[in-house]
Design a protein around this ligand. Structure first.
Ligand SMILES: O=C(O)c1ccc(O)c(O)c1
Ligand SMILES: [Mg+2]
Length: 635
C-alpha cells in the first residue's frame, strides 16, 4: 500500500512538514496549496526537496467551486485553473483535486456540470494533468460520492476521475459498498480520515475534528476493504483537518499518522483474509504485522524518584515488603501477593516520585516488541549487565516505559532473581500480615491533553488493549476525560486521564507532572485499611457530605456507613456487585489506591472520581501547592 499524507495535517512550514513526513516513513504527500503559497521556496525548490527526501508529490489541492456555473464564470474558472496547471508542471505533480462546488454553483444540472468538467479535463490534458473530483459532504448540489461518480461518468474524459474521501462518505452515512462499483482506473485518489461521533454541522466537524484512522468512530477497515476490492492501487492518503495537530510538533504528529496507517493496513489485511477467498489477488498489496495476543496481566509497575523514603513508607503501610535491592543498580523490588513494585533511583536526580514504567505479561515478548517497533514505538534501552535478563521495552507517547515480559502463570519472574534477599529499609520490611493484596488491579496514567488520541491509538495498536466508553469527570481544575483501555478479561486495565492544564489555578502542571496512580486489588479492603491505619498511613480524606449522599443513594446500613466513614473508604454498587476502595495521600506525583471488587463489579467507582479529585485538589492547595514543589523538585 502506498502511503501519503496531506501537508494540511501538520504544523510548521512546508519544508518542516515535508521533513517530518519523510522521517515518519511516508511514500508521498499531498501539497495543500496554502502551504506552498506562503512558502519562500519556489515550486522547483519544493520539487527538488521532495526528490531529495524520497517523497512523491501525489496531489495538489484544493481547486474549488468550479462546476455548475454560468458561461461567464466558467471562463474565469478555466483561467484560474490554467495558472494552477502551470504551477503543477513546475512542481512535477500530475493530479489535482477538484472539490464539488459549495459556493458559486447556481445550476443544479449534472449534464452541465459534467460538460464543464470535461472542458477542464481537456485543458488539464494539455498539461498532462489528471483531475480528481471530490464530493464535499457540504457541496451545494454534489455531496455524495456516487453522485460525483455519475458526473465523472458523464464527463467521460480520460483526465477526469474521482477522489474518494472517507470523511465525506462516512460523515453523511453514504454506504461505502458503492466504492466497489467504481472502475479502479476512475479512482484517481483516495483520502482517509476518521472522526469522533459528534452532532454538529458537517463542515465544522470536518474542518476541526478529523483524527487519524483508529482515533475516531468510523469503520475504516470496511471502507478500506471496499477500496481494495475495487482494484484501486494508488496512494492511500491521510487528510486530517484538526485544530490540535495544527499546533503540536509536526514530527510527532507525522509518526502518530504513520502508526494509524500501518495499523489500518494490517486490520484491512486481516479482515480481507477472513472475508474473501482470493484476498491476495487484489492489486493493492497489504503489509501485516506480527500478530500478538493481548497481554495477560501486569508484571510490575515502577516508581522513579531521587528521594524514595515516602514511597517506601506508603508501600510498607499498605502491606508490601521489600524483597531486596538489585545487585548492580539503585533499584528495589517490593511485593504483595503478585503485585510487584519497583522503586528506581537510577537517573532520578531531581525527580519527584512518579510512575515511570510498567510491565505487562505477554506470550511472546520479542514478537510484541517487534510489533510495537514496527508501529513506530521507540525501543527503550536500559543498561544491563551480561548476566541479567534482557527485557523488551518501548516508550509510550507519554514516555512511560512499557516492558513486555514473559507471562508467569506460576508467579515466578526471572528478573526478580537479580534482587538480593528481603531486607530492612528505612520503612521496615514487615510482610503483609494477612496477605490481603493480590495483584495490580489497574494503573492510571495522565496524558497531556494534546496527545490523548495518540495515546489511545498507541495502546490499542501496539498492545491490543481495547478502549471502553470514555467518561468525563468534573474536578476543581477542569473536566477530566477518562478512557479505560483493557484486555478482555480485565487482568490488564489502564485508565488514561487527560490532565487538566491547571496552571492558572496553581495546581500541578499538565502531563507527567500530574499525579498518577497504581491501584491494588485486595480481598478485604476494610481489614487492610485498618492495618494501614495502624501503621500510620495517611489516607486521602473524604468529606462528610459524601457519606450523606451514599446513604441516600444506596440505603447503606448505619454500621457499614460508619466503617466507611471512619476509614475514608469510598463505595459504589452496580447491577453486578459492590466496590470498596480508598486512596493514599499523594507523594510527589504518585499515589496508590486499594480496591475490593465484590461479586463481579467491573468498573472503577466512577461516581467517586470527582470526590477524589476535589480532595486531592484541596490537599495540594493546603499543603503548599504541588506545583511549586514539583517545580523545585525538577530543577
Ligand atoms: O474543507 C475543505 O474545504 C476541504 C478541502 C479539500 C478536501 O479534500 C476536503 O476533504 C475538504
Ligand atoms: Mg478530502
Amino acid at each position: 500500500m502506498r502511503t501519503s499524507i496531506a501537508t494540511v495535517c501538520l504544523s510548521g512550514t512546508l519544508e518542516e512538514k515535508m521533513n517530518a513526513c519523510a522521517a515518519a516513513g511516508f511514500d508521498g504527500i499531498e501539497i495543500f496549496e496554502q502551504d506552498l503559497l506562503v512558502s519562500p521556496s519556489s515550486p522547483e525548490e519544493i520539487r527538488d526537496l521532495a526528490a531529495g527526501l524520497g517523497l512523491t508529490l501525489d496531489l495538489f489541492q484544493p481547486f474549488r467551486d468550479f462546476e455548475g456555473v454560468t458561461e461567464d464564470l466558467l471562463a474565469e474558472n478555466l483561467y484560474r485553473a490554467e495558472a494552477k496547471f502551470e504551477l503543477m508542471n513546475r512542481l512535477g505533480t500530475d493530479t489535482m483535486l477538484v472539490c464539488s462546488n459549495v459556493a458559486t454553483a447556481t445550476i443544479d444540472d449534472d449534464v452541465l456540470a459534467a460538460a464543464q468538467l470535461r472542458r477542464l479535463g481537456e485543458l488539464a490534458a494539455r498539461y498532462g494533468i489528471r483531475l480528481a473530483y471530490e464530493a464535499l459532504a457540504w457541496g451545494r448540489y454534489v455531496n455524495d460520492f456516487e453522485h460525483a461518480q455519475r458526473i465523472v461518468d458523464l464527463a467521460d474524459h480520460p483526465n477526469v476521475g474521482t477522489c474518494l474521501d472517507s470523511f465525506h462518505i462516512l460523515s453523511r452515512r453514504w454506504d461505502p459498498a458503492g466504492i466497489e462499483k467504481i472502475p479502479a482506473e476512475k479512482i484517481f485518489f483516495v483520502q482517509l480520515a476518521d472522526a469522533p461521533e459528534l452532532s454538529m454541522d458537517v463542515l465544522s466537524w470536518s474542518r476541526h475534528y478529523r483524527v487519524f484512522p483508529g482515533e475516531g468512530a468510523f469503520d475504516l477497515t470496511t471502507f478500506m476493504a471496499h477500496l481494495v476490492r475495487s482494484g484501486y492501487d494508488g496512494p492511500v492518503s491521510l487528510e486530517i483537518f484538526n485544530d490540535v495537530f495544527r499546533q503540536t510538533a509536526e514530527e510527532r504528529t507525522a509518526v502518530d499518522a504513520m502508526r494509524s496507517l500501518i495499523w489500518l493496513e494490517e486490520r484491512t489485511s486481516v479482515f480481507l483474509a477472513e472475508q474473501d477467498a482470493e484476498a491476495n489477488a487484489y492489486p493493492m498489496k497489504l503489509a501485516t504485522l506480527p500478530a500478538v495476543a493481548e497481554p495477560t496481566g501486569f508484571n510490575f509497575a515502577e516508581v522513579k524518584a531521587e528521594e524514595t523514603a515516602d514511597v517506601e513508607e506508603l508501600l510498607f503501610q499498605l502491606g508490601f515488603r521489600c524483597e531486596g535491592r538489585h545487585r548492580s543498580k539503585p533499584v528495589q523490588l517490593w511485593s504483595a501477593g503478585s503485585a510487584r513494585m519497583i522503586i528506581n533511583q537510577q537517573q532520578a536526580r531531581g525527580l519527584m516520585p512518579g510512575i515511570s514504567a510498567l510491565g505487562l505479561d505477554v506470550q511472546d515478548p520479542l514478537a510484541a516488541a517487534s510489533r510495537a517497533v514496527q508501529l513506530k514505538a521507540l525501543p527503550v534501552s536500559r543498561r544491563s549487565q551480561a548476566d541479567e535478563a534482557v527485557l523488551q521495552a518501548v516508550s509510550a507517547p507519554d514516555s512511560t516505559e512499557i516492558f513486555l515480559c514473559e507471562s508467569t502463570p506460576d508467579g515466578i519472574v526471572a528478573w526478580a532473581e537479580e534482587f538480593g534477599a528481603p531486607q530492612e529499609t528505612a520503612a521496615g520490611s514487615g510482610p503483609d500480615p494477612a496477605g490481603l493484596i493480590t495483584h495490580i488491579d489497574h494503573i492510571n496514567l495522565s496524558q497531556p491533553w494534546q496527545h490523548f488520541d495518540e495515546a489511545v491509538l498507541f495502546y490499542e495498536s501496539t498492545l491490543s488493549l481495547a478502549p471502553r466508553a470514555s467518561q468525563e469527570v468534573p474536578s476543581p481544575m477542569g473536566l477530566v476525560r477518562s478512557q479505560v483501555m483493557r484486555n478482555d478479561d480485565g487482568t490488564v486495565r489502564l485508565a488514561l486521564n487527560i490532565a487538566p492544564l491547571a496552571l492558572e489555578q496553581g495546581g500541578p502542571r499538565g502531563g507527567s507532572d500530574y499525579p498518577q496512580h497504581v491501584a491494588f486489588a485486595c480481598t478485604d479492603v476494610v481489614a487492610l485499611a485498618r492495618q494501614a491505619q495502624q501503621r500510620g498511613l495517611e489516607f486521602l480524606p473524604v468529606p462528610p457530605n459524601y457519606y450523606e449522599d451514599l446513604r441516600a443513594r444506596f440505603r447503606l446500613d448505619g454500621n457499614l456507613l460508619e466503617t466507611l466513614r471512619s476509614l475514608n473508604l469510598l463505595y459504589d454498587r452496580d447491577a453486578d456487585g459492590e466496590f470498596l476502595h480508598f486512596y493514599t495521600a499523594t507523594v510527589g506525583n504518585v499515589f496508590f489506591e486499594v480496591v475490593e471488587r465484590r461479586s463481579g463489579y467491573d468498573g472503577y467507582g466512577a461516581p467517586n472520581a470527582p470526590v477524589r479529585l476535589a480532595a486531592q485538589y484541596a490537599r495540594s492547595r493546603s499543603a503548599g501547592s504541588v506545583r511549586s514543589a514539583g517545580r523545585a523538585g525538577r530543577r
